[in-house]
Unconditional design. Structure first.
Length: 143
C-alpha cells in the first residue's frame, strides 16, 4: 500500500511480556516495532537526504484471537485484498508488495509460511485464489 502496510505476526508469551524503556512501560513486540520503524526511517532519511518522521501515526495493532472463530480468516482476507479494495490493481497477481504471490505458489518468498497461515487462518488454496480474483464478497468483517 502506498501509505501504510499490514503485517501479521505470530506472537509468543515472551513477545507479549512487559518491559521498561526509560520511564515507559511497553510490550516487547511493541518496542521491537518501534525500533524497526525508527531504524527504517533513519535509513530512508539518509538515502533521500531528508530528516524527520517518516510515519504519521502511532503503530496500531490488534490480536487476531478475539474469540470469534471467523475473525482470523476475515483478517487475512482483509490484509491480502487491501490493494484490490483500494483499486490499486484488479488482480492480486499484479501486486508485488504482498505475500499473496508466495502463498499461492507463484513466487518463492521466504517471509510467509503457508502451512502456518493455513492452520492459523483456516485458509485453503481455493480461498486464496478467490481473494486474488478480486471477488467482491470476500470480506465479511461485520458478521
Amino acid at each position: 500500500m502506498p501509505n501504510h502496510f499490514h503485517i501479521l505476526i505470530q506472537t509468543t508469551d515472551r513477545s507479549l511480556e512487559n518491559i521498561k524503556v526509560g520511564n515507559i512501560d511497553l510490550i516487547k513486540i511493541t518496542n521491537s516495532f518501534r525500533l524497526l520503524l525508527s531504524e527504517f526511517a533513519k535509513e530512508v532519511n539518509i538515502k533521500y537526504n531528508r530528516s524527520g518522521s517518516l510515519f504519521r501515526q502511532k503503530t496500531k495493532f490488534s490480536l487476531v484471537n478475539n474469540g470469534d472463530p471467523n475473525y482470523p480468516k476475515n483478517v487475512i482476507k482483509y490484509v491480502l485484498s487491501n490493494p484490490l479494495e483500494a483499486k490499486l490493481v484488479s488482480n492480486l497477481d499484479d501486486w508485488e508488495y504482498s505475500s499473496f504471490l508466495d502463498l499461492v505458489g507463484k513466487r518463492n518468498g521466504k517471509l510467509c509460511d503457508f502451512g502456518l497461515c493455513k492452520d492459523v487462518f483456516q485458509l485453503t488454496l481455493e480461498d486464496l485464489k478467490d481473494i486474488g480474483n478480486g471477488y467482491d464478497d470476500i470480506l465479511c468483517l461485520k458478521e
